[in-house]
Design a protein around this ligand. Structure first.
Ligand code: URA
Length: 209
């Protein structure tokens, strides 16, 4: 069973509070999402392996650590996941970015992939899938299936707010994928919005309604 990591750092929690407030406008919402994603990425990348290399400071030769081994890929689920990409890439500039987009077929209610473009070496990268809201889990489960079909293996899922229902669904379908979230909220309402949540993350990020 995968783990759920709730990142309760005071800076993350403070920014999340302002993100949730209904008065927060698009500009601030975007900035806060970016900042929280960066702070979360710091924790999500904690187990990246490092190696010692020899360098020379102005004073002496020394051994010092650099990141080694597997490289990173960030994969936003379109569209709201886009708001979290820059925050991660700012910290790991060498990361490649894949994209996955899906919609729900109105008749079968099955998720249908309309876009999926991954780095060619996706199988040898650590992948961080990002989407602000883990609500029912349906989209995340399908998006993870799509990237696994393209060869992705080491995957973490990072969101801002998760509902217990979505966590359960994701863990059942992808027990190998750890979940990193800034908060686990109470429940979903009848319209599959997270309560208390923050509303529609995509609309608030992009100023649509
Ligand atoms: N997607 C959102 O943007 N918000 C929710 O509360 C649930 C799904």
């Amino acid at each position: 069973m995968s783990k759920v990591h709730t990142l309760d750092h005071p800076l993350i929690q403070h920014k999340l509070t302002y993100l949730r407030k209904k008065e927060t406008g698009t500009k601030e919402f975007r900035e806060l999402t970016d900042e929280i994603a960066s702070l979360m990425a710091y924790e999500v990348t904690r187990d990246l392996s490092t190696q010692n290399i020899e360098i020379e400071t102005p004073i002496a030769k020394t051994q010092s650590e650099v990141i080694s081994g597997k490289k990173l890929a960030v994969v936003p689920i379109l569209r709201a996941g886009l708001g979290m990409v820059d925050g991660v890439v700012d910290l790991v500039p060498a990361a490649k970015v894949g994209h996955v987009g899906l919609y729900r077929d109105p008749e079968t209610l099955e998720p249908v992939e309309y876009y999926c473009k991954m780095p060619t070496d996706i199988g040898s990268r650590e992948l961080i899938m990002v989407d602000p809201m883990l609500a029912t889990g349906g989209t995340a489960v399908a998006a993870l299936e799509f990237v696994k079909n393209r060869g992705a293996k080491n995957i973490k899922f990072m969101c801002l707010v998760a509902a217990p229902e979505g966590i359960e669904e994701l863990q059942a379908a992808h027990p190998d994928v750890d979940i990193y979230t800034a908060a686990v909220d109470e429940k979903l309402n009848d319209h599959a919005y997270i309560v208390p949540g923050l509303g529609d993350a995509g609309d608030r990020l992009f100023g649509t309604k």
